[in-house]
Design a protein around this ligand. Structure first.
Ligand code: ADP
Length: 480
């Protein structure tokens, strides 16, 4: 493999290219006209404009991307996450053009891309699943009876859903029919597939996922768990590894279940098997993500492995020389997703110019960054600017480093989730590991941040005043 095209943008494109370069392989970036000056473009050995700002006119144009890859004699395409990473049709076309796709087969993507097909695929493997319907719902009356049997509240989910979208909580029987028709029309509109199914709504779950890695010779290991329970709109904002509540025995059980899920679809490469864990420590299979996950750096910190390097080695046909029994967790890592969103206004996307943008540096701090000072943050793409990752020998040490790193992270011009992150890392329940996916609803209120900001502004003003008085005295000294 001499040249890899990264079919993505932002922090993930840059992060992948860093490993590609480290391995002595040339990099090709693609970009839209809105991203001309982005760091991933300047970092790459070669860069080609693929179209207009809208993703559908650039980063999603699979045929154009393959054409560029062929023209530049690219050996492999790394899709990152999002965009074309879980598009089975694209994968087939890449392979038909004799280019290696750094990821699983199109069959595995097809199976796991549909939540219903995924459940069907794993049903013979004795994997615990959330009670619910196995097939897409076609008869609402029949579904009502099943929902009643499961017991309300229940969750209606879009089979093709992702990114926390396509889910509806139904509190009682009366709402069921109307919510169902809304869910179907929403799913058709958003994912081009109206298949929905129902699942028991687990009241206070923790989101625990297992990183797996499989080579093309049938050897599969798991790289332990990540806990991703701090979410807004069913979307992750803060992740950690390991989880503060998993016992070694439960970790082993969940790890084994994840490997079975991977084997069920003959998985090759890096994948993530997601579970919900209830208050009784019973876990349920949610879905499998067939790509590199946003939060993979926390796993890299605790295992000392480079997941992108492993992906590339597997894609070029090498066997995985990792043995489950030799793998060990060392220390603790956190990730805070730095989104261009306003935590005071319902995490609404925040757009504008990054007038000031300084990222923290230091021991045990890693920033996977995708933007530069002066850049325009637009509405065109996912609002993830960067990921702030910290490490420590203990959970407490990694939290302390995180709080310091947040304070040293300077952003002016737009709002970000940094301040929200600081609130979470200073919250007593979070620090005690006592939380679930309802954390934001239970503990977070925008006015807490507002008060915190006012307090910090007052303190800063006091310090400035004190300094002014000191300076004044020093200026007067020679004459007095
Ligand atoms: P997506 O593919 O959109 O990310 P997931 O199935 O992975 O959807 O679920 C995302 C989040 O939604 C979970 O982490 C959890 O917070 C919530 N969730 C999903 N299914 C359930 C359920 N049955 N009960 C309670 N919460 C759920």
């Amino acid at each position: 493999m001499k040249k890899i095209l990264v079919a993505n943008r932002g922090e993930i494109a840059l992060r992948i290219m860093k490993t590609v370069k480290k391995m002595g392989i040339k990099t090709v970036a693609i970009y839209s006209t809105a991203d001309r000056e982005s760091p991933h473009v300047t970092y790459a050995d070669e860069a080609v404009c693929v179209g207009e700002p809208l993703s559908s006119e650039s980063y999603l144009l699979g045929d154009n991307i393959i054409k560029i890859a062929k023209e530049l004699h690219v050996d492999a395409i790394h899709p990152g996450y999002g965009f074309l990473s879980e598009n089975a049709e694209f994968v087939e076309k890449v392979e038909a053009n004799n280019i290696i796709f750094i990821g699983p087969t199109s069959d595995a993507i097809k199976t796991m891309g549909s939540k219903i097909a995924a459940k069907e695929a794993v049903k013979h493997y004795n994997i615990p699943m959330v009670p619910g319907t196995k097939d897409a719902i076609t008869d609402v009356k029949e579904a009502t009876l099943i929902a009643k049997k499961i017991g309300f509240p229940i969750l209606i989910k879009a089979s093709a859903g992702g990114g926390g979208k396509g889910m509806r909580i139904v509190k009682n029987e009366h709402e069921f029919e109307s919510q169902m028709s809304r869910a179907i029309s929403e799913a058709t509109h958003a994912f081009g597939d109206g298949s929905v199914f129902i699942e028991k709504y687990i009241a206070s779950p923790r989101h625990i996922e297992i990183q797996i890695m499989a080579d093309s010779f049938g050897h599969t290991v798991h790289l332990f768990e990540r806990e991703c329970s701090i979410q807004r709109r069913h979307q992750k904002v803060i992740e950690e590894a390991p989880s503060s509540i998993l016992t070694p025995a439960l970790r082993e059980k969940m790890g084994e279940a994840a490997i079975k899920v991977a084997k069920a679809c003959k998985y090759v490469g890096a994948g993530t098997v997601e579970f919900l864990l209830d208050e009784n420590n019973t876990f349920y299979f949610l879905e499998m993500n067939t790509r590199l996950q946003v939060e993979h750096p926390v796993t890299e910190y605790i295992t000392g492995l480079d997941l992108v390097e492993l992906q590339i080695k597997i894609a070029r046909g090498e066997s995985l020389n990792l043995i489950q029994g030799d793998l060990e967790i060392k220390g603790h890592a956190f990730e805070l997703r730095v989104y261009a969103e306003d935590p005071l206004n319902n995490f609404f996307p925040s757009i504008g110019k990054l007038n000031v943008y300084k990222i923290p540096e230091g021991e045990n701090i890693r920033v996977d960054n995708g933007v530069n000072e002066g850049a325009d943050v637009s509405i065109y793409y996912d609002p993830l600017l960067a990921k702030l990752i910290t490490y420590g020998p203990t959970r407490e040490a990694a939290i302390l480093t995180m709080v310091k790193a947040i304070d040293a992270y300077k952003v002016e011009g737009i709002f970000t989730t940094l301040r929200f992150g600081k609130f979470v890392f200073q919250n007593a329940a979070f620090r005690e590991g006592n939380f679930d996916t309802n954390f934001v609803n239970i503990y977070y209120e925008p006015n807490i941040l507002q008060k915190q900001a006012e307090k910090e502004a007052r303190l800063a003003a006091l310090i400035a005043l004190k300094q002014y008085q000191i300076d004044l005295k020093q200026v007067r000294l020679p004459n007095s």
